[in-house]
Design a protein around this ligand. Sequence first.
Ligand code: ZN
Ligand code: ZN
Length: 354
Amino acid sequence: MSVDILVNPEKGAIYVNGFRVLLRHAYIFQSMKREMERLVGASAGFLFHKAGKDASLIVPVENGSLESSVESLTWLGLGKYTLKKENKNRIIVEARETPFSTGFVKKFGKRKTPFCHYIAGVLEGLAERSTRRKSRCVEISCVTRGDDKCRFSIEIEDSPSNWDFDEKPHPKQSGNLVPYGGVKLDTNKGFYMLKGWPELIVPSSFYFTIREEGKKIMGDSITGIISLSASEWYKKVSKLLQLYIFILKEFTTFSTKRKMWQKFLDQYYSRIWGFGIAKIITMDKNEIIVRLFNSGFAETYIEKGVKTSKPVCDAVRGYMMGWGNLFFGEECSTEETKCIAMGDEFCEFVIRKS
Ligand SMILES: [Zn+2]
Ligand SMILES: [Zn+2]
């Protein structure tokens, strides 16, 4: 098992085998993908499949062993898998649940088609890199359809892979190999659990792929979907947090609120989720300004040298909107006014009562 997870609290960053990663709530991806399906149908599945295949690059394939790399997925919070080789060209991989299928039926009801395209993409990537042959992975049964397990079928062709993957080791990062504060790996399920909710690790490049490829099929709607799926989390999932904010709102002074929120940002954004370092700059009864340094959502843009004219940290904007709504007790507008992907020194979010 060679998954090397490092947390660097000074950068607010987490690295897996040298790749910048983010820890994200599983349900965010479920609602994000459902929204995309509503808009563009099956293309959403292809998009998540592609993002999964790219994401597989953070898992090393040692001695060409697919078994050991599939085992490593547990350490990314992607679930726990068993592998059955049917013949030299066909492998079945199964899991009792994946981050995409867990809790799905209860929340959204049964669906007709499999949902875990991201996992199929990850498995396809691992198969292709370990065999160096063209591979194809599809999910053949899925818990979201009411099946007992999620099952993936990997077909390995005889022809060599033409996927242009770069197997060079990523530069080592500094940091401490520490357990996430408050996060525990449930080794039975293969998920990270944070206050009872499943979380998983995705590479920072996930957001680049989803956003940039998503734009090609659904235009700017993709930015709204990414940000809404993050803000919805506050509305629907986190009742506990709402109570906490209610107490803050009713019984404390503004400066206490600010301190408590800052503490939350230090702990969750920087040490648990790996978003970067967030600082509250202004906070009064009409406006909140938060700066985010070293945004994990913009990292891939910087790495690839892709400069944009628009900000890219839609997920953080969504979170900020969620916070703003809770703090002000009414709908508010949130804008990312500066972004490191546009060449700014930091990302900046302005939350206003609307
Ligand atoms: Zn599934
Ligand atoms: Zn940004």
